[in-house]
Design a protein around this ligand. Structure first.
Ligand SMILES: Cc1cc2nc3c(=O)[nH]c(=O)nc-3n(C[C@H](O)[C@H](O)[C@H](O)COP(=O)(O)O)c2cc1C
Length: 368
């Protein structure tokens, strides 16, 4: 059924401007009620930051920014859905066009700039589906014109802790000027101190809500040392590695490669995997990692887990491969487990991290 949906939808979606296609895809998933996929093989189940996932494959932030279709996405086979980025107040984001499909490279460039319907609209939707179950996290960001960006994150944690399975603090979008500077040590330490404090304050009523940090793949390794040190000291529950890159690997061929914004999809994979492995060796099991960036096949998903991810997230791969990608990834992981006689994913997580960090830096990515 998912394959049929993909096959019917693809030509239509490809004929449209990418942002219109995305809106239509959301509408279709709202209207067409896909039958749920068969239950997952129990060996795919995993417990990460205190939550029980039926499978480790999530949809990354940015696809369902306004929490319009989390349950349809769960039915399509995802083990978790990350909605957002949501900002406290509604904002339009950057002028269109701001989303580009690089077909020749199986990549996407976006400079959406946190277009958000705002926290109230998203909160209403999440509250209305709260009893539906499933793991739905929320990714939060600051308004572009916020006088105190840290205060925006604090407000959003307080607001969403009761209705979200976890909250991701997104300080790595390249499309809000100055946002990524919040990854600098002193700013980050203050941010995480206040965010974790807010989480502690609301835990009594909201229950325990894991707080994750989402970082950019463009951090220098010395900045990464700082980020990991602070995340450990402030006891975040996990880190997502990572967001889109502002770099442009030399391999890109599509005419739109010079569009400003964050690059995602297949060309991001080597950089994202390397940064994940670099993060994994620094974290020393203090908390789990979520791997995102460039997954578009079962093999790249398994590679991401071996580089250090306890959970994975996909976005751009769906644009080129459709929802059938989720089933393909599950089949690949189960086949690997069968082959290795393993009971679950645990043995794979980070298995290649140390060796990956000894490799030369991926040569398509010139370090600034
Ligand atoms: C169109 C688009 C919009 C995105 N919006 C967000 C966002 O709002 N918040 C966020 O944290 N990441 C956002 N991302 C980044 C993705 O969540 C993900 O980290 C990145 O695209 C790498 O994964 P991929 O190569 O599988 O796409 C967006 C990505 C794309 C392609």
């Amino acid at each position: 059924m998912i394959e049929l949906f993909d096959r019917l939808a693809r030509p239509l979606l490809y004929a449209l401007d990418p942002e219109d296609a995305h809106r239509l895809a959301i509408r279709m998933l709202q209207v067409v009620s896909l039958p749920p996929v068969p239950p997952d093989d129990t060996r795919l189940a995993t417990r990460v930051f205190g939550l029980n996932f039926l499978n480790p494959i999530g949809i990354a932030a940015g696809f369902d920014k306004h929490a319009e279709i989390p349950d349809a996405l769960m039915r399509a086979g995802f083990g978790f859905v990350e909605v957002g980025t949501v900002t406290p107040l509604p904002q339009l984001g950057n002028p269109r066009p701001r989303l580009f499909r690089l077909d020749a490279d199986q990549a996407v460039i976006n400079r959406l700039g946190f277009n958000s319907q705002g926290a109230d609209a998203v909160l209403r939707r999440l509250a209305a589906r709260a009893s539906a179950g499933g793991i739905v996290g929320i990714n939060v960001g600051a308004n572009k014109d916020a006088p105190d960006r840290v205060a925006d994150y604090v407000r959003l944690i307080e607001k969403f802790a009761a209705v979200a399975s976890y909250v991701t603090v997104n300080i790595s979008s390249p499309n809000t000027p100055g946002l990524r500077d919040m990854q600098q040590a002193d700013v980050l330490d203050d941010l995480l101190a206040r965010v974790i404090d807010a989480r502690e304050r609301v835990t009594k009523n909201a229950g325990p809500t894991p707080v994750l940090l989402k970082i950019a793949p463009d951090l220098s390794l010395s900045d990464l040392d700082d980020v990991v040190g602070i995340a450990r000291a402030r006891r975040v529950n996990g880190v997502i590695v990572g967001n889109t890159t502002v770099s442009r690997p030399a391999s890109l061929r599509d005419a739109q490669l010079r569009e400003a914004g964050g690059l995602s999809g297949r060309p991001l994979l080597p950089l994202a995997d390397r940064m994940l492995a670099e993060t994994y060796v620094r974290v020393e099991d203090a908390f789990p990692l979520v791997g995102a960036g460039g997954i578009d096949s079962g093999a790249s998903a398994l590679g991401k887990i071996r580089a250090g991810a306890s959970l994975i997230q996909i976005y751009s791969g769906l644009v080129f491969r459709g929802l059938g990608l989720v089933g393909e990834i599950k089949r690949t992981i189960v086949a690997a487990l069968e082959r290795d006689g393993a009971q679950n994913l645990a043995d794979y997580v980070g298995a290649d991290a140390a060796s990956a960090t000894a490799e030369p830096w991926p040569d398509q990515f010139v370090r600034a």
